[in-house]
Design a protein around this ligand. Structure first.
Ligand code: SF4
Length: 414
């Protein structure tokens, strides 16, 4: 292997990813916060380039609220939401004049996401980038993963590290991270079951896994996985799955309330606002309308438009979930306390996207892959990158005891 090249594990779509820059339909240098790492901030302060120094001085300022090496400073956006270093041709002035090495880690790495598991670097993309979203979501084939030799420019951009062989994981579920990941991805890609059933089955498994974790039975996890694989292969759980009823109105009402929690935190992405408005318009979600009435329209839109679309395009949400599982080191998402909390947040992402797509399908009297991608990337940009919102949603679900498998089934089943 050459210089600092490494073997990198990645979903196959990453091999084809290339930023479209000026041609991008929703440029990531516009409209959202840009955190600057300490090393780059100090590099800017040492810079003696009169053509850039005044702008760097003015536009790159220290983070006063809980700064850290990764978020030491920020780039203050212009009133129109543009990064002040973005030229009218939508090119980055810092990169043009100084070169890629003067980009801060946020700009250097986005939309890529790097983790390290047992010394192997893993690369995937956040689907808040429309280009990455198209590549990841629109291929009908099962998502594959490859090991590729690549240069790892900046090791400091690695977000999370997990060494399952570390002594601290002895007798803990983390020791079986790979077995659990393979089980979760295989289940989510098992097209012998509907995507709703796959998610419910994964929840039943995670519920059991959480019990094993809480009761010190982690060493029995391989047996638990084998048991579930036998049950899945034998179809033994199909009858109980069929018995889980749809509660569309309760689902719609709960998800709408959760979606509404995002707006007080200011939503800037116009594409997401368009999609959400179409959802409300499609369901005629007005103050005057009764929740039962809207619930009936929701169930009808699901049956008439959403389900027929997903019968031929179900891979779009399957890929979204598999990418989430890979990128977040599921079920040990780095910002969740328990494996079941990781599962709850997986369901919340899926269910909120489905709510809005069902409403949009009523508005458009059907769905197209492009519409689904527009919603999923703008949703990812508006929701996935907003830790405060996601934490608030999880706290609300815990506080109202909507954190059980029964409530997850309500959010999933239509
Ligand atoms: S959103 Fe993606 S494609 Fe668009 S400019 Fe950013 S990285 Fe490039």
């Amino acid at each position: 292997m050459k210089g600092n090249s490494r073997i990198i594990l990645m979903p196959r779509y990453m091999a084809n990813f290339k930023c479209t820059g000026p041609g991008c339909e929703d440029n990531c240098c516009i409209g959202w916060r840009i955190e600057v790492d300490e090393e780059t901030y100090k590099k800017y302060r040492r810079l003696r380039r009169p053509e850039l120094a005044p702008l760097l001085e003015k536009a790159v300022t220290r983070n006063r609220s809980n700064p850290g090496p990764r978020r030491y400073a920020k780039i203050r956006l212009k009133p129109d939401g543009w990064c002040p270093f973005l030229t009218d041709e939508r090119l980055c002035q810092l990169q043009l004049v100084l070169g890629e090495e003067y980009l801060c880690n946020t700009c250097y790495v986005y939309p890529r996401n790097f983790n390290e598991v047992n010394g192997v670097i893993e690369k995937s993309a956040t689907l808040s980038c429309p280009e990455a979203a198209k590549l990841a979501l629109l291929d009908p084939r099962v998502m594959e993963f490859d090991e590729v030799e690549e240069q790892l420019g900046r090791p400091q951009v690695i977000k999370s590290r997990l060494n399952t062989l570390d002594l601290k994981w002895s007798g803990r579920p983390q020791r079986y991270f790979w077995e659990l990941r393979v089980f979760a991805v295989d289940l989510l890609q098992n097209r012998a079951y509907s995507l709703e059933d796959r998610l419910i089955l994964l929840g039943m498994f995670c519920r059991k896994l959480a019990e094993y974790a809480e009761s010190g039975r982690a060493r029995e996890i391989p047996d638990l996985i084998n048991t579930y694989n036998r049950l899945l292969d034998g179809g033994a759980l199909r009858e109980s799955l069929a018995g889980i009823p749809a509660q569309s109105t309760i689902q719609m009402k709960l998800l709408k309330e959760l979606a509404d929690q995002r707006f007080p935190l200011v939503v800037k992405n116009t594409r997401y606002l368009e999609c959400f408005a179409q959802c409300l318009h499609g369901l005629q979600y007005t103050q005057e309308a009764g929740v039962e009435e809207i619930g009936e329209r929701y169930a009808a839109a699901y049956a008439d438009y959403y389900r027929p679309f997903m019968e031929s395009h179900g891979y779009i949400l399957e890929h979204y979930l598999v990418n989430h599982v890979f990128k977040n080191l599921f079920p040990f998402d780095f910002d969740r306390n328990t494996v079941f909390d990781s599962y709850i947040m997986l369901v919340v992402h899926y269910a909120l996207i489905k709510l809005i797509l069902i409403g949009m399908s009523a508005f458009h009297k059907g769905l197209e892959p492009e519409l689904a991608v527009k919603l999923i990337y703008s949703f990812s940009r508006t929701v996935e990158h907003n830790t405060a919102y996601l934490n608030r949603v999880l706290d609300l679900l815990h506080a109202h005891r909507y954190d059980t498998m029964a409530w997850m089934a309500i959010m999933i089943r239509n």
